[in-house]
Ligand binder design. Structure first.
Ligand code: B3K
Ligand code: ZN
Length: 884
């Protein structure tokens, strides 16, 4: 397998100043005529002009209008190389491609007979021969010729002309004034309807906003349009960044490998991040749409105007844009407590998905040093840890300092391709700071650990905080160096109040939350005038992507969970308590296999109840904090993962809590039931979340009224949040009514792809019921259902990826049937869509952490796949890394 190394980067020999593309769009034989104006670069290494191509049929080549001679170029291993381009030259290349046969969904493909493109990272080479690398930026003019049934013909930039060709076909010509890398090229042609609107920009220009969807969905784009307008406004207000286009288009499709794509002026979205109404989108979907619309829009500056020099710099645009998206979503939430809920959710996602990645076989720094398939590196590390690294600049320099740094970065690199170092340097210089040590965040993989010890000296009234950072040594990596870590802390007195923080040598206290800037292995800070017993609140707001270790007793955790003024850290303390409580159940179950006699400790239950009934805390916050840690989060807390035991412990805990706090839960179900027509609003969403949280505890405890209410919400709910919330509880708890509910929904939801995915996902999380078909078999039969298509990534993610990643003991069965299904589906999908098979395959990569009986079968499954010939480069990289 070929591996690409960051250290091998070489600048291209040539620039492509302009490219003129003409597409004759026919589903199984599209002709692409590309004319490039190629200009040699000063100081180039050679005169060779290198283009990439994949799955292309070459029709003809002309150089400066003349048919080319075969000795002018060579073709090998996916490359077309012109031997000697010494002068500015026009090269015309005609290729033929087959969009209909393109099931990889990379390049030009069909979705429901509409033409769609996806070019990041390396899809453009499947359209035409081109230097398909992000540091070659060209100005594009695109002409589309299409059958007359094609109602809509789109590409990037501005519409120059459109009409009917002499043969009756249609045409449209688009010109994008901004130079862009080929991965940002897009084309859409087919039958769509459009919802359009206008926005006045802060430069007094007006931009046209359009959202294209398949017919029948025109009423489901109101929320997305609203989000787009908010995102445009937010970027103006917060960062002074204005939309630079006359029109901004979004197209929704049901066949898409990932979430969405930021093609300049023509974003293409997975329909699930665009379409919303009370019948198809849950509260979480509404929130996710806002984030993804924001994310892709923000790429217009961070990604499109300034792009990446090479794919190792991916986090330069992704980490930064995720951070911007998170700040946007947070600013859209009115209250502090709603913002905290968002932060808790983001951090939970980081811990349950990125931390394991960072300690497993795919561990890589946010700026990787090598890859064999770049599509495998659109990871939680590059995106989410990358965003945390960007956030640390803001933590260190404040919002204004960050804004200055961002402006400086954009000023320096506008219209070009930059590196992570360029960004860091711009930040440092704009803020007059030395960030050389901070560079380590880009080169060191693994989650750093910060162990903290504190000591209070009653007589001297000092409180000493000692931090020790340690970073895991990774095979083949240099010994890790201490990082620069901004650690936000507060100190509570024995009444639970924040005390003013005054460091030794300071004349006065400075606030009650402060950022300690760690930069050595071991460091000590001494606070003075601490006259009552203090307790440290560590890593407030998750100020750095590290694991903080501090030996806290149960009582101290209870104290923090009840009193910490930092709502994020209250949730942290409560989560630690929950893990302790579940751990006790796990220990006990390991011994007795009987959970009936178990009961969580009183202090835990009392804290739980107090928070549940604390009306000063928003329902959304209470729902988030009182949710039992996910099984994936519990896996992270265990030395050896035993899925069955962990599931049993969680169920037993839920049952006990449900029994003990019955009255409070019943009260919440009642008071949090939202009346009237459905409206998405974070506060109402919070109420619904608390209602379903309460209901899930009640149902877990076998409460008949809870079961009845579950049925009612499903039958009578006037929105999908209620219906799906109820269905999930029924299926996950194996209630007898679940089958009837599933049948009803399969009939009611059959014509709506978004709902089919939800229907599949719910069943991937089912709990099997004694005497009935095991869930693995149920999954197999769902794969035969006409509602499921293995060719559709959303279907595969909803059913199979959910099952492999979150099925717990239903997937990790001792008879190996889950792993057998994994092998079959991974190999099957790999034969037509490697990006999806590779993503699916990653669900077994942390096999080493599971109990021996399971881990040996997991290893065998991975090895079996790795022994197959003809694996895609994508899948090969994942399975080989996993077993070696
Ligand atoms: N930049 C795209 C991701 C492309 C993934 C290619 N395998 C979406 C985003 O991050 O905005
Ligand atoms: Zn992105």
């Amino acid at each position: 397998q070929t591996v690409v190394y960051r250290k091998d980067y070489k600048a291209p020999n040539h620039d492509v100043e302009t490219i003129n593309l003409v597409f004759d769009l026919i589903p199984d034989r599209t002709i692409v005529t590309s004319t490039m104006h190629v200009v040699p670069r000063e100081g180039r290494e050679s005169d060779e002009f290198e283009l990439n191509g994949e799955s292309l049929q070459l029709v003809s080549i002309k150089i400066n209008g003349q048919p080319s001679l075969t000795n002018q170029y060579a073709m090998n291993a996916g490359k077309l190389i012109f031997h000697s381009i010494k002068e500015p030259t026009d090269i015309e290349i005609v290729t033929r491609i087959n969009p209909k046969a393109n099931l990889e969904l990379s390049g030009l493909y069909l979705s429901n007979n509409n033409f769609i493109t996806q070019c990041e990272a390396e899809g453009f080479r499947r359209i035409t021969y081109f230097p398909n690398r992000p540091d070659v930026l060209a100005k594009y003019t695109v002409t589309l010729h299409a059958p007359k049934e094609c109602k809509v013909l789109l590409s990037n930039g501005n519409l120059v002309d459109q009409g009917v060709l002499p043969d009756g076909r249609k045409y449209a010509i688009w010109h994008d004034p901004f130079p862009k890398p080929s991965y940002l090229f897009a084309l859409v042609a087919g039958n769509f309807t459009v919802n359009e609107d206008k926005i006045e920009l802060n430069n007094d220009k007006t931009a046209l906003l359009q959202i294209y969807t398949e017919p029948g969905n025109e009423n489901k784009t109101v929320h997305a349009m609203d989000c787009l307008k908010k995102a445009i406004r937010w970027d103006e207000v917060r960062y002074g960044l204005t939309l630079d286009l006359e029109r901004f288009m979004i197209v929704a499709t049901n066949d898409f490998n990932m979430g969405a794509m930021e093609n300049k002026g023509l974003n293409i979205f997975n329909a699930k991040y665009v379409l919303a109404d009370d019948g198809v989108a849950t509260d979480s979907d509404y929130a996710a749409i806002e984030s993804v619309i924001g994310h892709e829009y923000f790429h217009n500056w961070t990604g499109d105007r300034v792009t990446c020099r090479d794919w190792f710099q991916l986090s330069l645009k992704e980490g930064l844009t995720v951070f911007r998206e998170q700040e946007f979503a947070s600013d859209m939430l009115g209250s502090e407590s709603a913002k905290v809920v968002k932060r808790i959710k983001d951090v939970r996602a980081l811990r349950t998905a990125q931390f394991p990645e960072d300690s497993g076989p795919m561990a890589h720094p946010i700026r990787p040093d090598s890859y064999s398939e770049i599509n495998n590196f659109y990871t939680m590390t590059v995106y989410e840890k990358g965003a945390e690294v960007v956030r640390m600049y803001q933590t260190m320099f404040g919002k204004e300092g960050f804004k200055k740094g961002l402006a400086e970065y954009l000023r320096r690199y506008d219209g070009s391709a930059a590196t992570c170092d360029d960004f860091r340097t711009a930040m440092a210089e704009a803020n007059d700071a030395d960030l050389s040590q901070f560079a380590l965040w880009y080169s060191q993989a693994g989650t750093p650990r910060v162990s903290v010890k504190t000591q209070w000296d009653e007589s001297k009234k000092t409180f000493t905080i000692t931090t020790r950072q340690s970073n895991r040594t990774l095979p083949g990596q240099p010994k890790p160096q201490p990082l620069m870590i901004p650690l936000a802390v507060g100190v509570l007195n024995d009444k639970g109040e924040d005390i003013p923080l005054q460091l030794e040598g300071e004349p006065l206290p400075v606030g009650t939350t402060r950022v300690l800037l760690l930069n050595q292995d071991v460091q000590t800070w001494t606070l003075v005038n601490v006259d009552r017993r203090p307790l440290l609140s560590l890593g407030r707001g998750f100020s750095a992507p590290v694991i903080c270790d501090m030996d806290l007793t149960r009582d101290q955790l209870v104290f923090l969970a009840k009193n910490d003024s930092d709502l994020f850290n209250r949730a942290e303390a409560f989560e630690k308590l929950s893990i302790l409580a579940i751990d006790a159940f796990i220990q006990e179950l390991r011994k007795t296999q009987n959970a009936n006699s178990l009961s969580p400790m009183e202090a835990y239950l009392a804290t739980f109840e107090e928070i549940l009934n604390d009306e000063r805390l928003s329902p959304a916050y209470r729902a988030e904090i009182l949710k039992l840690p996910s099984e994936q989060a519990i896996y992270e807390s265990q030395i050896i993962i035993e899925p069955a035991l962990i599931r049993a412990a969680c169920q037993a805990m839920q049952k006990k809590i449900g029994q003990r706090l019955k009255t409070s839960f019943e009260d919440k179900v009642k008071t949090c039931t939202t009346e009237g027509i459905y409206k998405y609003d974070p506060d109402l969403a919070g109420k619904r979340a608390l209602k379903f949280l309460s209901l899930s505890y009640l149902v877990a405890s076998g409460n008949p009224k809870g079961v009845q209410q579950t049925r009612n919400f499903f039958e009578k709910g006037n929105n999908i949040t209620d219906k799906l919330g109820a269905l999930s509880i029924a299926v996950h708890s194996g209630l007898p009514i679940r089958q009837e509910m599933l049948n009803k929904s399969s009939i009611a939801w059959a014509t709506e792809p978004l709902l089919i995915n939800k229907w599949l996902e719910v069943q991937a999380l089912a709990t099997s019921v004694h005497g009935e078909m095991p869930v693995v078999n149920k999954i197999r039969s769902l794969m035969m259902d006409p509602l499921f298509s293995i060719k559709n990534p959303n279907n595969v993610y909803s059913l199979l990826r959910t099952f492999f990643a979150k099925g717990g003991p239903e997937f990790h069965t001792l008879d190996g049937s889950g792993y057998q299904l994994w092998i079959e589906t991974v190999l099957n999908i790999d034969s037509f869509n490697p990006q999806v098979s590779a993503r699916l395959a990653r669900t077994l990569e942390n096999w080493r952490r599971y109990e021996p009986r399971l881990s040996s079968m997991m290893y065998k499954a991975l090895r079996y796949v790795s022994q197959q010939k003809n694996l895609s480069a994508d899948l090969r990289e994942i399975v080989d890394k996993a077993i070696n």
